[in-house]
Ligand binder design. Structure first.
Ligand SMILES: [Zn+2]
Length: 213
């Protein structure tokens, strides 16, 4: 593995592994699903290898890609969804980490939401999401139809990316899962945890009121 010449590199590997471990413990990335990355610098991204069990990762399960999502070592195989990670880092230079989960609640809710976003409103937990200051704010998480063409998905995300800085730091892929990001791993994890909680609340509320539309 090509090793970046940075004192922070081993610590970043361990921080990413710790974050993935916490997510796996919540059962948000079963059956080798999900993929996780962090920005090392302008040129390099650290990302999970394809097809690894996220409950038992080591540093050997991480690899390096360039800013376009291409493996530095051609023998390495990154996640199939690396192109979307790469595009998100490109769209906002402040993004330091991207976390992609496959929870059952996010998967089901995104299938039942037929519009282009999932609107969340009235929950105190919204304040866990960067830019939200009150339960009265509207939190509209964009939804994109699933596809196996990740380059095309990345293109659609770029097309909907707002010109101002008010973008919600997350998106849903229908029937697939959640992407959430942040300025660093801690913020990205808080966004995943807050959103997964909010998705669960919305789902429980719909079940309780039998409003499954
Ligand atoms: Zn996925």
């Amino acid at each position: 593995m090509v090793m970046p010449q940075s004192d922070d590199y081993p610590a970043l590997c361990d921080a990413l592994l710790d974050t993935i471990g916490r997510i796996a413990a919540r059962h948000w990335c079963p059956a080798t699903g999900g993929n996780f990355s962090a920005r090392i610098d302008d040129q390099l991204r650290l990302i999970t290898r394809s097809g690894r069990d996220k409950t038992r990762l080591s540093r050997a399960d991480l690899m390096l890609c360039d800013a376009r999502g291409k493996a530095l070592n051609p023998a390495d195989k990154p996640s199939d969804e690396t192109a979307l990670h790469a595009r998100l880092y490109q769209l906002d230079s402040r993004i330091g980490a991207v976390l992609h989960t496959h929870s059952s609640t996010a998967t089901v809710l995104s299938r039942l939401s037929h519009g282009s976003s999932l609107s969340i409103h009235g929950f105190e937990m919204q304040k866990a999401i960067h830019g939200q200051t009150s339960h009265l704010d509207a939190l509209d998480v964009p939804i994109f139809d699933n596809t196996q063409d990740i380059d095309a998905l990345a293109e659609r995300v770029a097309e909907r990316w707002p010109a101002d800085a008010t973008v919600v730091p997350a998106l849903l892929v229908r029937g697939h899962g959640l992407y959430a990001w942040g300025r660093d791993l801690n913020e990205a994890y808080r966004h995943v945890e807050g959103l997964e909680f909010l998705f669960e609340c919305v789902w429980q509320e719909r079940l309780a009121t039998r409003d499954l539309s």
